[in-house]
Design a protein around this ligand. Sequence first.
Ligand code: APR
Length: 317
Amino acid sequence: MASTAAPSAIPPADLESFSSRLKSSTRILALLGAGLSAASGLPTFRGAGGIWRTHDAMQLATPEAFDTDPGLVWQFYNYRRHMALAARPNAAHYALAELSGRKEGFLTLSQNVDGLSQRAGHPLEKLQLLHGNLFDVKCTDFYCNYVQQNNYTDPIAPALAIPVEGTDPTSFEARHAVSSALLEKKTRKELDIADESIYLPSVPAGDLPHCPECKRGLLRPGVVWFGEALPGKTIDTVNQWIMDSKKIDLILVIGTSAKVYPAAGYVDMARSKGARVAVVNTEQGDARGLTKDDWFFKGDAAIIVPEILKGVIGDVR
Ligand code: APR
């Protein structure tokens, strides 16, 4: 079952048994997590250097946090949009896009909000975004249903601009450095910040993106925050696909710690439909509950995924 990092080191027996299963499979699910985009330079959430290791999720990724300080939250998401726009899909994104195009019964469940699968040309009708998309925005006014998809404006509001290195120190840069430090749960005392003017990490609501339709509400990132339900239409589509499946042959579990539900629950759902599980992860510890009929491929998704899919998609790099 277990295998090592470099492609050539994947035990041939594992690669062979997996490839034959992949070739014969007509119904495949793929569950994707932040580890898929690690090789594209985007941090994961819980791994080493993970976002939630250095930033307080409760201060940044909850509806309550947005109510309390929308400026702080928008600084965080504007920064993540900026990083995601600067990143590029890697070989694993392209390989999965290729496989999904070649397999009729294929559905990708992505927890990622970075837009890289879409930019790799993944067929959209075979891609369900469980946690939303950084590049969608929606109005927060109770009476307004405004949603804008594929908004790639960077910065999304001038006041959120991430300044270029070496500009005016009392500008947003200093505030940004301070806000990052604050986001890293450091107190003013620890930061030894005397000057109030650069302490306030937030951006006034008036400078934040507002709804062009109702003109009342603030816009918020189109992602699913902790404590929020997943998009109803997405869940219905996924559940319908699973229910319509007499059987599911395989589920690929790529770069996820599988700790966040309901996303992580799809592995057992697929298993209950007869699926064998193939995990790609740098950490064996995050490949829980595997049986002798499953596969664990240890290593960087950007290297391993193109390799293990080669039997069906050929060489995609
Ligand atoms: N290749 C493969 N796997 C990797 C790589 C890599 N290069 N780098 C890290 N990993 C693995 C880690 O070992 C870990 O198991 O990717 C996983 C990342 O796990 P998390 O950081 O928990 O991210 P994810 O599983 O996507 O989180 C789920 O939680 O924070 C919320 O909404 C957020 O969608 C996210 C959800």
